[in-house]
Design a binder for this molecule. Structure first.
Ligand SMILES: [Zn+2]
Ligand SMILES: [Zn+2]
Length: 224
């Protein structure tokens, strides 16, 4: 039995699935992901190279260490991970496994990764996602995002799904997964509708704030 890692690139790089939290950089100009367990401290971009999370001087993955990117072969296995309470706000990633890899029965541990598609689950209220909004936690320089519908944004920092894809770059696709209120399959019109709803919700919120300020203002609303 050979213990060497595969050196010949396969004709078609393998596809895998994993879950991660979407992250927005502090200044709002960068987007990436952070893992739910090992390596969760370091946000990674759409196209990224693994390094040893323990700071050891070997190339990741190494057989004597558990570092490197991880994914599973099966989409349903990854989806099942989203059921646990602490992973409810994570998104499902479809990735291309690049570089050296170690193959397991259920998945891969590998050196280089391209995230192709991120599927965002429904808002916590059950409505199909329109945006990714501040989840209330983060890493230094990065805030974690979670799915939100237009109605639940309430002025939080947020980006539309298309906006997140643009910031992340490298051709990433971000799609809204099925919600409790009906299917949101396919692209195009549902996503544009979601984006329009998002803009409308922002405008409503903005107008409500303005109205509140107006009520608190001097008598006559200062227009005299
Ligand atoms: Zn290592
Ligand atoms: Zn909602």
């Amino acid at each position: 039995m050979r213990l060497r890692l595969p050196e010949e690139p396969p004709t078609e790089p393998p596809t895998g699935y994993k879950i991660a939290h979407p992250m927005l950089s502090h200044d709002g100009t960068g987007a990436g992901f952070t893992g739910v367990s090992l390596g969760g401290a370091l946000p990674y971009g759409v196209l990224a190279d693994a390094s040893c999370v323990y700071g050891l001087r070997h190339r990741a993955p190494s057989r004597r260490c558990d570092c490197g990117f991880h994914c599973v072969h099966d989409r349903t296995t990854a989806e099942a991970l989203l059921c646990t309470a602490e992973h409810r706000a994570a998104v499902l990633l479809e990735v291309t496994v690049l570089g050296r890899y170690i193959r397991f029965e259920r998945g891969f541990r590998y050196a280089r990764q391209r995230v192709r598609t991120a599927t965002v689950g429904p808002c916590s209220c059950g409505t199909v996602a329109a945006a990714l909004a501040d989840a209330g936690w983060g890493r230094p320089g990065w805030r974690a995002l979670a799915s939100s519908c237009a109605g639940c944004l309430r002025g939080r920092t947020s980006v539309s799904l298309a906006g997140f894809a643009r910031l992340a770059g490298e051709g990433l696709r971000v799609v809204a997964g099925k919600g409790g209120l009906g299917p949101a399959e396919g692209l195009g019109v549902p996503e544009l509708t979601a984006e329009a709803a998002l803009l409308q919700a922002r405008l409503d919120w903005f107008q409500a704030q303005l109205a509140r300020l107006g009520e608190r203002g001097p008598d006559g609303g200062g227009t005299g």
